[in-house]
Design a protein around this ligand. Structure first.
Ligand SMILES: Cc1ncc(COP(=O)(O)O)c(C=O)c1O
Length: 416
């Protein structure tokens, strides 16, 4: 079997954790980044109403859905978006794959980056260029790193995927950082996929899109998987700049020859996700309040250790670097990120996803921590009465236990 077609590391980690649970072990699932919140009732009710819809629909997405998405994003970007430049797909993952397939460009990725971009390029026989980033800047790619890389590597006119808020780091790019990057992007004539799947899960910073600074080169990807907790609905959106209309036609062609269309009931239900409503506004504000408090607690705990971590500002993640414990870990034959996560899982039952899954060099002692192992439904109901990290603790026992276990585990190494 072709190596690049193996199961993605996030899913295999989840399976391994489930196996341990079946054997009676308690596993704290910090490895898998799925929204803990229920899908908003409004969307569920709408889906029920449309369950009878059985027809194939246009591959690009039904016009009334693209219109509601266009109204929504026109106000987010403060720029009129033509519904004909919007394409719907079964998840943004599929859309990103289709874009890579259609463009067939060299892929440029900051290291670390989300797990699936690079395997998709590999499957398509495309070259990936990894650019190292720095923990001091929350592992965000900066303009100098991109510019310098392009001086010694032929990446002009390639495809850069930028993801903010970021998976795996939880970092959010600022407008200054994006402006500086866009100057280099223009100089190198790159195409950018701005993966904004966590754009509405930006709990401790302001979300800014790189589309604001170089829109003719930017394809936006988003969907319902993260903010609406609807990963299994498989619904994604791409906004294609008018300068790339040929790409749009290719994407519609790929859709029509592969998945045909997003399931009809999902398309009709998704209209409500983009139309203005108090229910959706309140849902988004509640999930972000919960996540901000949980992220604050995670930070407070990590602060008490010597683990380097990224400030969790958006999404569900913080990225850890155990470099300060390298010598102590080496005494226990832990010299790579996967050694690290395996030993942690075996010793404590805490599952993290190792840095090599995100394209980082094996020898780095990095791992992603997803802080979503809690009952999101319960917290959504309670959040009106919760105002501090202290108040939230009774609702996040596994987060508390998991962080204590990590701290205890690593401190034991330091004294040995
Ligand atoms: C950064 C990032 N992009 C894209 C996706 C894919 O999301 P979906 O295909 O469910 O829209 C994910 C899902 O984990 C993600 O974390």
């Amino acid at each position: 079997m072709r190596q690049e077609l193996r199961q993605s590391p996030t899913l295999s980690l989840n399976n391994l954790s489930l196996q341990l649970i079946e054997k009676g072990k308690e596993v704290i699932k910090f490895g898998f980044g799925q929204s803990p919140f229920p899908v908003p009732d409004l969307l569920v009710e709408e889906l029920k109403l449309h369950a009878h819809n059985k027809n194939y629909l246009p591959s690009q997405g039904i016009p009334e859905l693209r219109e509601s998405i266009s109204d929504y994003y026109s106000s987010i970007y403060n720029d009129a978006i033509d519904p004909s430049d919007i394409i719907i797909g079964p998840g943004s993952k599929q859309l990103i794959f289709s874009i890579q397939l259609a463009l067939r460009k060299k892929l440029i990725l900051p290291s670390p980056s989300w797990v699936s971009y690079n395997p998709q390029a590999t499957m398509l026989g495309l070259e990936t260029h990894w650019i190292d980033t720095d923990s001091k800047n929350g592992w965000k790619l900066n303009a100098n790193q991109l510019d310098n890389y392009a001086k010694s590597n032929d990446v002009a006119t390639g495809l850069l995927i930028l993801n903010s808020p970021n998976n795996p780091t939880g970092s959010v790019y600022t407008s200054e950082e994006l402006q500086a990057l866009s100057a280099v992007i223009k100089k190198l004539k790159l195409i950018v996929i701005s993966d904004e799947i966590y754009g509405d899960v930006c709990h401790s910073a302001d979300f800014v899109s790189i589309r604001n600074y170089c829109k003719s080169q930017v394809i936006v990807c988003n969907g319902l998987s993260k903010w609406a907790g609807a990963g299994g609905w498989r619904f994604g959106v791409s906004i294609i700049p008018e300068e790339l209309r040929d790409l749009k036609n290719l994407l519609i062609g790929i859709a029509s020859e592969t998945f045909s269309c997003v399931p009809a009931p999902i398309q009709y239900a998704a209209i409500k996700a983009y139309q203005p409503s108090q229910e959706i506004v309140s849902y988004k504000s509640k999930i972000n309040k919960v996540l901000a408090l949980v992220a604050d607690y995670v930070r407070e705990c990590l602060e008490k250790t010597n683990i380097i971590y990224s400030f969790p500002e958006g999404g569900f993640y913080t990225y850890l670097d155990f470099e300060n414990y390298r010598d102590q870990l080496a005494h226990h034959n832990v010299t790579t990120s996967s050694d690290l996560t395996q030993k942690l899982l075996r010793d404590t039952g805490v599952a993290l996803l190792s840095g090599d899954a995100f394209g980082q060099k094996d020898r780095l002692l990095t791992a992603r921590l997803a802080y979503v192992d809690f009952d999101g439904k319960e917290l959504l109901n309670a959040i009106g009465h919760i105002n501090s990290t202290q108040d939230i603790l009774e609702y996040i026992p596994k987060i508390e236990t998991g962080l204590n276990k990590i701290a205890h585990w690593i401190n034991n190494f330091s004294i040995k």
